[in-house]
Design a protein around this ligand. Sequence first.
Ligand code: FAD
Length: 266
Amino acid sequence: MAFADARKFKGHHVVKVTASERITPHMVRVTVQGESLHRLPVHGFDQWFRLFLPNPGGVTDFSRVPEQFGFGAYMKYLRTKAGVRPPFRNYTVRSLRPDVGEMDIDFVSHGDAGIAGPWAAQARPGEELMILDQGRGFDLPDDATEVLMAGDESALPAVLGVLRDLPAHIRGHAIVEIPDAADQQEVEGESQVQLDWIVRDHSDTVGQAALKAFQQLVPTAADTAYGYTVGEQQLASAGRRHLVAQGVDKRRIGFVGYWKRGKAEA
Ligand SMILES: Cc1cc2nc3c(=O)[nH]c(=O)nc-3n(C[C@H](O)[C@H](O)[C@H](O)COP(=O)(O)OP(=O)(O)OC[C@H]3O[C@@H](n4cnc5c(N)ncnc54)[C@H](O)[C@@H]3O)c2cc1C
């Protein structure tokens, strides 16, 4: 499974907010519950989904959401009037408890701009959302011995999910840039991957401090390394270029720009 496979996933899950809490200065954890979450496939690692949100100031009609998000279905969704179709953004499963039909989602609080970040900051119990499973992006080759990862705070749930699920024999390095030292979260997992939290200066552009640190990393053996660079677009793509320059095959790097500076998602 990789980011490229997401379109094959199918199936809606309607959930309700049961709790929301600011867990660190820049992260809000929203807990949702739904009968169908008992059946949500558990992909682990950086499992992600499309999250359909309430229409700001309008009526929310989840029947407008396609069951699968291939190109045609996406075009159809876009043809539905804005204000009628529920807006969506992409999020990572922070933790999933299928036995009780519950999931936590960690939202970066990045200010007043946008839909998902500001919504999460005000989320109220009882609000309805819809989730469309998209599998996972992290696609560790069988022969991998080492993992090199970089991300910003939007990638924190993904990187911590990967660290939680990596096998014990995997070595490597992960770099996560955060706005404040208090945005660190507890790390679980048995792998030998070392996580470095990089706290950026308030005047720094998001992702640049992580990139600088990532560019110092050299794989022990490029042919058995796996790279993973996600978060702000420039961090993800420049991080990938660094690994390619170090001899890591492009097919052994999972990378996605999670968001672009100054540009809202569709
Ligand atoms: C596979 C995948 C998994 C993701 N998982 C998570 C996750 O678990 N948690 C999470 O918080 N995000 C996650 N993201 C990123 C999230 O989808 C984007 O940040 C999204 O743009 C947020 O939507 P919004 O409505 O808040 O802002 P938008 O309407 O998209 O953007 C409004 C403005 O805010 C800026 N902006 C957007 N995101 C950020 C940010 N993080 N920091 C600073 N400025 C920002 C934009 O540049 C724009 O100027 C993930 C993205 C992908 C592709």
